[in-house]
Design a protein around this ligand. Sequence first.
Ligand code: UDP
Ligand code: MG
Length: 165
Amino acid sequence: MVQQTLVLIKPDGLKKSLTGNVLTRLSETKLEIVAARIVQVSKKLAEEHYAMLKDKPFFDDLIKYIMGEYHKKKVMALVYWGEDAIAKVRQICGATNPEEADSVSIRGAYGRITTKGVYENVIHASTNPEESEREIKLWFEPDEIIVDLYPAKTVKTTCEKRVWA
Ligand code: UDP
Ligand code: MG
């Protein structure tokens, strides 16, 4: 089944200059990158992205982690698209806990557990089609993705925006 999945290279990955390594590993999947952007993650975006984990004891530290408070205030967000995209990307990421992850997986090779107990595991990847739809719509607007993944509509807006001076 052709699927799409959200990938985030988390702030520890960017701080440790792992972007190239991570993208090279992901290219083994032969999936296509159909969207990419560098994002400074707001508290709102962080809390929405991890809404399902809001009752976990590590939630506050997780929000600080994804916002870049421990590393660099940036995340690289990408959408990968192709046959079995979700499972293929998760496979290369490895298990959530970097100590349990296969040592040749991205998380096994580059992740660590902090003394506070947060898993700094370099990469996020969606786990199922419902999650990938929710997450892709959270991180990207329709026109930032080069294929039509979900139905979209055109609306007239009167928002102010910055343009090149
Ligand atoms: N996490 C953590 N401790 C835990 C479980 C999760 O620090 O016991 C962090 C970790 O960075 C993980 C993120 O919270 O990637 C989201 O957790 P989830 O269970 O969704 O794991 P994932 O889907 O990222 O493998
Ligand atoms: Mg998850």
